[in-house]
Design a protein around this ligand. Structure first.
Ligand SMILES: [Ca+2]
Ligand SMILES: [Ca+2]
Length: 358
């Protein structure tokens, strides 16, 4: 057992004034490094607390997040000892803060938080786990040092059931690879499973007018804070993804006989002609349940009459989503002098939820 002379010159906990103490260190314990102290000066009463024994002083240090060492003073006439909590330790480069103090003992916690830094706004907690520390991540942060991000809002919710609605950073493909990105998490929708919500530039009801040729109206969908490659990864880690779509029409068709007039492009640039569900060719929701405005048509808008009609649905195919582009036509020339041709499209936010078994 080597003897090293030490002084904890100042205790930096805000509620403690600087004190002058010094230790001679001997034994290194598992958690505490024990030092015998030699006197230089006795701290004033304001700088110390009285506790029944050394164990009480240790407990106080454990309870105080910033405490990493303690000075234990001599037994007084009332059978109590002096306990001082410090936020610095000799073994972490604070040798100059150590001075001798008679009848005092210095005990320093082995502070692994000094040698490992938790990332961002996470908190390092001393003494937890076999590593001697634990990074307490903010919601969405993962990894030993909170250096990573959860793959989706559903994973965030599964890791922390108390996580609330708000913006979070996710990294669907995990460490490395694609950049993590910021999303909005709806932690109450879908029975509170955690829904990742991606906004885009075309959520408002938008006029389509003056585009006669099939697909001549083009609207590129730009998703907020994420590109399609990143969103593709989100679909892979999610159990479900969906996006609502609607086309309101006045004399504007989605199909003209066998010709497709309006469609949407999948994320990988494939022409899609179903307007509800996960698959289909040239069909709207009304074709599935037999409610189309004309029984011999597969979309309400295909009736192409001077009535406002609409076709809408919820797209649910993870392979096709999110929608990359909207294409419409038949809004150019009036079929007769007394009627116009117009449409409006409305595309919902892109939502994914549930955790896919990869
Ligand atoms: Ca990544
Ligand atoms: Ca028309």
């Amino acid at each position: 057992m080597s003897n090293i002379e030490l002084v904890m010159l100042s205790s930096r906990l805000s509620r403690m004034a600087p004190s002058r103490e010094l230790a001679i260190c001997g034994v290194t314990a598992f958690v505490f490094i024990v030092c015998s102290l030699l006197a230089v000066g006795i701290p004033t009463d304001a700088e110390r607390e009285k506790v029944p024994n050394e164990g009480s002083c240790r407990v106080k240090c454990y309870m105080e997040p910033d405490c990493v060492s303690i000075n234990v003073g001599p037994l007084d006439s009332r059978g109590e000892i002096t306990c001082e909590l410090n936020d610095a330790t000799w073994e972490n480069g604070h040798e100059s803060d150590m001075k001798e103090l008679v009848n005092y003992t210095y005990l320093g916690i082995e502070n692994h938080c000094h040698s490992h830094s938790c990332i961002g706004s996470s908190t390092c907690q001393v003494g937890f786990t076999s590593k001697g520390f634990r990074c307490k991540c903010r919601p969405g942060g993962v990894g030993d040092f909170c250096e990573g991000a959860a793959t989706s809002c559903s994973e965030i919710k599964s890791l922390d059931n108390s996580a609330r609605d708000g913006d979070y950073v996710i990294d669907p493909d995990g460490e490395g690879g694609l950049q993590m990105f910021r999303v909005s998490c709806d932690m109450t929708d879908k029975n509170g499973v955690g829904v990742t919500v991606i906004s885009h530039n075309s959520e408002n009801r938008t006029l389509v007018d003056g585009y006669e040729k099939s697909g001549s109206y083009k609207r590129d969908i730009k998703y907020m804070r994420a590109n399609l490659t990143q969103l593709t990864e989100l679909t892979k880690v999610s159990l479900h993804c969906e996006q609502s779509i609607k086309y309101e029409c006045y004399n504007s068709r989605l199909h003209n006989g066998n010709t497709t007039v309006g469609w949407w492009m999948s994320r990988d640039d494939t022409k899609m002609t179903y307007w509800d569900g996960a698959s289909g060719i040239n069909q709207c929701a009304c074709a599935v349940n037999g409610s189309c405005a004309r029984s011999d048509r597969r979309c309400n808008c295909d009736k192409d009459d001077s009535e406002w009609r609409f076709d809408s649905g919820l797209l649910t195919n993870k392979i096709h989503l999110p929608v990359k582009q909207l294409r419409f036509g038949d809004t150019g020339v009036a079929r007769n002098a007394t009627s116009n041709e117009t449409g409006y499209h409305t595309l919902g936010k892109f939502r994914c939820y549930g955790i896919a078994q990869l």
